[in-house]
Ligand binder design. Structure first.
Ligand SMILES: Nc1nc2c(ncn2[C@@H]2O[C@H](COP(=O)(O)OP(=O)(O)OP(=O)(O)O)[C@@H](O)[C@H]2O)c(=O)[nH]1
Ligand SMILES: [Mg+2]
Length: 449
């Protein structure tokens, strides 16, 4: 278990280092004006890759608390810390900005707790952006509620679960409810989303009941002399169960979560780099694709032997894919180019397979026409006719392959041997049952193919 987690971290490190050196080198400013421009454009993503890699070395796990205003997000984090560090209070919007604090629950792991403003407090776009930024950094999410949840709360929860980060639903302020109500609310929370076939229900151990800052209670004090007074006393927080749940997750799979999250961030950064590169080089790429389109149409049209058509066409497509990847400076080996071509051929809804098929048919006609062509002049026109039709289809094919390759390269940049998506898939295939990661696997698996 320990070794497996270590392996996951090492693979994530290798993947990120490779991406950094690859993109760092290919986008060095100064090589050409367009490279300088590109280097400027992808600087933020390169920085993300660097900080993510550093984070892996620190072994620092980030836990972020989300929820609507006044649910007790700050109070829950204080209770975990065992100190009142974050400001709490009955007014809505006590916490205005995200704030992070170190927590050392055990000597083995370094944790950073991130407090956030209520999701319904900050307005519109700013809220969305703030939440996205914090969610992106978080390795584990605490969603704090304090009783039955509202529609807005449910929607926020669904959004957060879509980010595919491990999440614990924290039911806070249980001191306010009698046991029967508490149980009823807990059951409601468990059956959340039962009506929605898309949402997967929460598991019992994904919901934890706490009282982070219990309200003071009035206690009756009987003095030895018979006097009776009433005093307000603040009960201690009930937070043990949450603390234990978090610790269990951290020990069992903290490093794997860290590795996975780093890879997800890296994947997004790499895709953004690919996207920006492709946008910047779009006119050059357009020229290249047309060149190949013409070349391929010509090669296929002029070639009288059928199997060479198909072969020649495929070679041209492969060369196009490789030239495009070179133009973009995206990682691509011959093997990968072949895989991409195959995927494109099979995923373009038969159109390009049709290209292969019609190449064969038309090519056969063309070959026979060429063989008998010397005696009969109509065969010459027959040859020219099929050759032109075939060339047209082949050319169209090259154009489609070129366009598809462009789209594919944006995503495909993360699928190499050490590509982020490959390593993500590897890690997910190795996690043990019973872990949070195991549960995430189904979801992520759908996402990453
Ligand atoms: N009874 C009871 N009250 C609680 C508990 N936890 C927090 N509170 C109270 O709920 C109020 C809100 O708590 P905060 O921690 O400030 O809530 P928050 O979610 O951080 O709120 P914002 O920062 O405004 O979004 C405060 O008055 C707390 O004292 C609890 O377990 N029981
Ligand atoms: Mg707060």
């Amino acid at each position: 278990m320990r070794n497996l987690q270590e392996t996951h971290l090492n693979r994530a490190r290798a993947s990120l280092s490779l991406a950094l050196s690859w993109y760092g080198n290919l986008r060095k400013p100064g090589q050409s004006p367009s490279n300088t421009q590109l280097a400027g454009l992808v600087k933020p993503e390169l920085e993300i890759l660097t900080t993510t890699l550093n984070k892996l070395d620190y072994n620092l796990i980030r836990i972020a608390a989300f929820g609507l205003v006044s649910r007790g997000k700050s109070a829950v984090l204080n209770a975990l810390l065992g100190q009142k560090i974050l400001q709490t209070g009955p007014l809505h919007g006590v916490t205005q900005y995200p704030r992070s604090i170190r927590w050392n629950p055990s000597s083995k792991v370094q944790v950073e707790l991130i407090d956030t403003p209520g999701l319904d407090e900050i307005e519109g776009e700013a809220r969305g952006q703030m939440a996205r930024d914090v969610v992106q950094q978080a390795d584990l999410i605490l969603f704090v509620v304090s009783g039955d949840i509202t529609r807005t709360e449910y929607e926020a929860l669904c959004k957060l679960r879509q980010t595919q980060k491990p999440l614990i639903l924290v039911f806070n302020k249980i001191d306010l409810y009698p046991d029967t109500d508490k149980e009823a609310i807990y059951k409601n929370l468990l059956s959340l989303g039962a009506a929605n076939p898309q949402a997967k229900p929460l598991q019992p151990d994904e919901i934890v009941m706490v009282a982070a800052e219990p309200a003071p209670i009035e206690v009756r004090v009987e003095w030895p002399n018979g006097d009776v007074t009433y005093e307000w006393e603040t009960p201690p927080p009930q937070i043990d169960q949450l603390q234990q749940t978090i610790l269990k997750i951290l020990n069992r799979e903290g490093r794997s979560l860290l590795a996975l999250n780093a890879l997800i961030q890296a994947r997004d950064a790499e895709e953004a780099i690919a996207q920006k590169t492709i946008d910047l080089r779009s006119s050059e790429a357009e020229k290249l694709i047309w060149q190949f389109t013409k070349y391929k149409a010509l090669a296929v049209g002029l070639n009288p032997i059928v199997f060479l058509d198909v072969l020649g066409g495929t070679v041209a497509d492969l060369a196009l894919i490789r030239s495009l990847s070179r133009l973009y400076g995206l990682p691509m080996t011959g093997y990968e180019a072949g895989k991409i071509l195959k995927t494109i051929l099979f995923s373009s809804g038969g159109l390009l397979l049709g290209q292969l098929g019609s190449s064969l048919l038309l090519g056969l006609g063309k070959s026979t026409a060429a063989i008998g062509g010397t005696e009969n002049p109509t065969n010459i026109t027959g040859y020219a006719g099929t050759a032109m039709a075939q060339a047209g289809i082949a050319g169209y094919g090259a154009y489609t392959v070129g366009k598809a390759a462009q789209i594919y390269l944006e995503k495909g940049c993360t699928w190499g041997q050490l590509g982020a998506n490959t390593v993500i898939a590897e890690i997910l295939s190795e996690v043990e049952p019973n872990t949070i990661l195991y549960r995430l696997r189904q979801e992520l698996g759908r996402h990453t193919g």
